[in-house]
Design a protein around this ligand. Sequence first.
Ligand code: F6P
Length: 317
Amino acid sequence: MKTCIVVSGGDAPGINTAIDSFARLARQNGDHALGAQGGFAGLLDDQLVELDCSLVSLLAGRGGSILPSSRRPALQDPKARERLSEVMRRRGIDNLLLFGGDGTIRHVAPLLARWGIAYIVLPTTIDNDVAGADYTLGHDSACNFALGVVNGIRATAHALPGRIFLLETLGAPTGHLALAIAYASGADLALLPEYPLGLDWLCERLTEIVARQGLALVVLSEAYPDIDRLVEEIPRRNGIRLRYTALGHAQRGADVSHWDRCVARDMSRVAWRAFKHGIGSGTVLWREGAALLHQGSLTSELKPPPDRRQFEFINQL
Ligand code: F6P
């Protein structure tokens, strides 16, 4: 069996672990795994590489992806189907192992299914916003990265009281990532795009919190409306110094947590077994604490919004 690994869309911590895991299984069982350089655009251009196993295992715990991805919608090209079949036939590729988030599952997977190309998707995004999945690979590592930063912010916040700290996480367009970080870090407020709060209320609450405990920690999603205005208006209205930190892309490139390494290895094992059983298409979903193969479309499923009760608990609403 020959599998080509394609990273389609944004990277997430754990992709390297899963590549390492899948490549190992292939090697141990006399199969062959190779990788596309530059997502589907690279695959269509025949940019394929043999996996350097010692390098892959060396980088298994690092964020990012040893196989570069691409945001170019290469499969929308009218010649894409023909080109893909040609590359796969010439290279003797039986199936594709895909890493990607919601976009890959909603747009790429149905196309491949229609074209009769065997594929399995491993949902990978720090955002944890894939419909049908309780958990997506990379989310835990991105949360842990943020918790390390919160430790630093709390240290300086205690040493020099009287400030408000706003910590912006990635995760757009949803607030799942910000909520998970706010809860685990004991933040005073969580600001999510799904449940915007009034500026007057926010200023009043922050004044109260700083008066009571000397500091306020607010975790907010990058998709929260008009963040620049918050940063300007809050200190102007309540006269308290506000300090703002954006985690940015360093969060997405976080080292891989223990949990994500386990999830990555479970997911790749499920994918490899499915290919060996001749299963033509599917998505490995993390559901109820285990990796399961889901066959069929996920396009009609919707991811529920972030847990409203947890949001209300954090914000004491
Ligand atoms: O979907 C994953 C994600 O990291 C989001 O959290 C973030 O908004 C986006 O990708 C950033 O994308 P890019 O790397 O293209 O800037």
